[in-house]
Design a protein around this ligand. Structure first.
Ligand code: PLP
Length: 456
C-alpha cells in the first residue's frame, strides 16, 4: 500500500482524497472534479498548501485557532498527558486531574455563577447535552411540560440531530427530517437584509419581542429555554442593533426562561471579552463552549452551567454522557491553551490592540462600491455585498454567486475568507499582529475588486 505523505504530488493526494474521504458541507462530485485544497502545515496566522502557497487564515480554521498555529506548548502537553493517562472516563463516580483542573479554570473565567462544566467532544454534542439538561431541569423542578426550546432562523448550533434542530438553517432541515419536536424558531435580528423601513433600534426591539410573542403563543408553562449566539457567526456574523440584547435578557428574566448563550464562536476572546455574553450584557444560565476552548488543537466542547441549574440537575442521575466527555488529553490541552491566553493577555490584545485596529480598517470597507454594511465585534466581522447600497438590494443572480466569486478570488490571493450568501466574513486568529491585519485587508480589497469585476 502507498504511504501517503505531504511530499506526494497534489493531484495524487486529491485523487485519493476524493476516492475515500467524504467531506462535511461539500459536494463530493465537485471534489472529485476539482480536487480539494490540500493543507500541509501552519504557523501563527499562516497556513500552507501542498503547492507551497502561504495563505493568511482569516477564519482561524473554523473560527477556532484563537492562539494561532504552531504552539509547541500544546503539543508537549498533549504528549505528556498521552504518556501519563491517555484515556479514562468520568462516568460512574470517577474523575482525573485534567478534568478537575480545567473545570476549576473555567469556573474562574466564566462570568457570574457559571461554576460547573459538563464536557462533550464538540459544540454539537454540547448543545445536545443542553437540550436534555434544560428539559431535565424543568422536570426535576416539577414542571415537565416545559420542553420547548426557542431558537432563531438562520442560526447554527451544530450538525447532530439535536443541535441541527436547534439551528435554523433550512438547507440542513431539508435533509434527514429535521427539526425534532418542540423546537421553535423566531426571526433573526438581521437588520441589513430584513430591517425594511424601520430604524435599527425599532427593528432590534421588534425582533427581540418575537421571543415574548412566541412564549405567549406556546405558553409560558411549555417553554424551557431560549438559545442564541451573542453574535450569530455561521449565519453571516449578524450583529444585531444594540436594543436587541437587553430586551432578550429582560424577556428571559420576566418569564423565567433559561438563557443558553452559544459561545462556541464568541467564547474565549473572540468578541474582546472572555465570553460574548459579557460583551452583550447577557447573564446566561448555560453557555455552550468548544472551538477556542482548545484553540482547535484537541476536540473538546462543553456546557458551563449556573449554580442553580447544577444544583437541580445534581438531584437526579443525569443519564447522559459521551465516551470522550472530559477526555484527559483534550482537557490538558484546553487548560494549557487557556494558560497561554492568560499569560499573553490575548483577550486584552483583542480588546485594546489589534481589535480596534482591525475595526477601523474593516469598517472603512463601507467605502467600497459593493459593500453596503460593514460590521465587526472584536475579531469577528462581516460585510454585506450589494449592487445598490441605498435600497439594500441583493444581487439578482443566484444568491451567493457574488460572494462565492469573491471567496474564490480570496483563495487565489492567498487569503481565507468565507462567504455566506452575499456576506463575506472573517474571524482570524486572535494573535494576529497589526502588520498581518494590513496584509489581510490588502488581499481582501483586491479580492473584492476582482469579484466585482467578475460579477459585471
Ligand atoms: N455552535 C456554534 C455557534 C457553532 O458555530 C458551531 C460550529 O461551527 C457549533 C455550535 C457546533 O460545534 P462543532 O462543530 O464543534 O460540533
Amino acid at each position: 500500500m502507498t504511504v501517503i505523505t505531504n511530499h506526494m504530488p497534489t493531484a495524487e493526494l486529491q485523487a485519493l482524497d476524493a476516492a475515500h474521504h467524504m467531506h462535511p458541507f461539500s459536494t463530493q462530485d465537485d471534489l472529485a472534479k476539482q480536487g480539494a485544497r490540500v493543507i500541509t502545515r501552519a504557523d501563527g496566522v499562516w497556513i500552507q498548501d501542498s503547492e507551497g502557497n502561504k495563505i493568511i487564515d482569516g477564519m482561524a480554521g473554523l473560527w477556532c485557532v484563537n492562539v494561532g498555529y504552531g504552539r509547541d506548548r500544546l503539543a508537549d502537553v498533549a504528549a505528556r498527558q498521552m504518556k501519563e493517562l491517555p484515556y479514562y472516563n468520568t462516568f460512574f463516580m470517577t474523575t482525573h486531574v485534567p478534568a478537575i483542573a480545567l473545570s476549576q479554570k473555567l469556573a474562574e473565567l466564566a462570568p457570574g455563577d457559571l461554576n460547573h462544566v459538563f464536557y462533550a467532544g464538540s459544540g454539537s454534542e454540547a448543545n445536545d447535552t443542553n437540550i436534555r439538561m434544560v428539559r431535565t431541569y424543568w422536570a426535576e423542578k416539577g414542571k415537565p411540560s416545559k420542553k420547548v426550546i426557542i431558537s432563531r432562523k438562520n442560526a447554527y448550533h451544530g450538525s447532530s440531530v439535536g443541535s441541527a434542530s436547534l439551528g435554523g438553517m433550512t438547507g440542513m432541515h431539508a435533509q434527514g427530517g429535521l427539526p425534532i419536536a418542540d423546537i421553535h424558531h423566531i426571526d433573526q435580528p438581521n437588520y441589513w437584509a430584513e430591517g425594511g423601513d424601520q430604524s435599527p433600534e425599532e427593528f432590534g426591539l421588534e425582533r427581540a419581542r418575537q421571543l415574548e410573542q412566541a412564549i405567549n403563543d406556546i405558553g409560558e408553562d411549555n417553554v424551557a429555554a431560549f438559545i442564541a449566539e451573542p453574535v450569530q457567526g455561521a449565519g453571516g456574523v449578524i450583529v444585531p442593533p444594540e436594543t436587541y440584547w437587553p430586551e432578550i435578557q429582560r424577556i428571559c428574566d420576566k418569564y423565567e426562561i433559561l438563557l443558553i448563550a452559544d459561545e462556541v464562536i464568541c467564547g474565549f476572546g473572540r468578541t474582546g471579552n472572555w465570553f460574548g455574553s459579557e460583551t452583550v450584557g447577557w447573564r446566561p444560565d448555560i453557555m455552550t463552549i468548544a472551538k477556542g476552548l482548545s484553540s482547535g488543537y484537541a476536540p473538546i466542547g462543553g456546557s458551563i452551567v449556573s449554580d442553580e441549574v447544577a444544583e437541580v440537575i445534581g438531584g437526579c442521575e443525569f443519564n447522559h454522557g459521551y465516551t470522550y466527555s472530559s477526555h484527559p488529553v483534550a482537557a490538558a490541552v484546553a487548560l494549557e491553551n487557556l494558560n497561554i491566553m492568560q499569560e499573553e493577555n490575548i483577550v486584552g490584545h483583542v480588546q485594546n490592540e489589534v481589535g480596534p485596529y482591525l475595526k477601523e480598517k474593516w469598517e472603512a470597507l463601507i467605502d467600497h462600491p459593493m459593500v453596503g454594511e460593514a460590521n465587526i465585534v472584536g475579531m469577528m466581522g462581516s460585510i454585506a455585498l450589494t449592487p445598490h447600497k441605498e435600497s439594500r438590494a441583493a444581487f439578482a443572480a443566484d444568491a451567493g454567486t457574488v460572494g462565492y466569486m469573491c471567496r474564490e478570488r480570496c483563495f487565489a490571493n492567498n487569503l481565507v475568507m468565507r462567504h455566506v450568501g452575499d456576506r463575506m466574513i472573517i474571524s482570524p486568529p486572535l494573535v494576529m499582529t497589526k502588520g498581518e491585519v494590513d496584509v489581510l485587508m490588502e488581499r481582501a480589497v483586491k479580492s473584492l475588486d476582482e469579484g466585482m469585476a467578475a460579477a459585471k
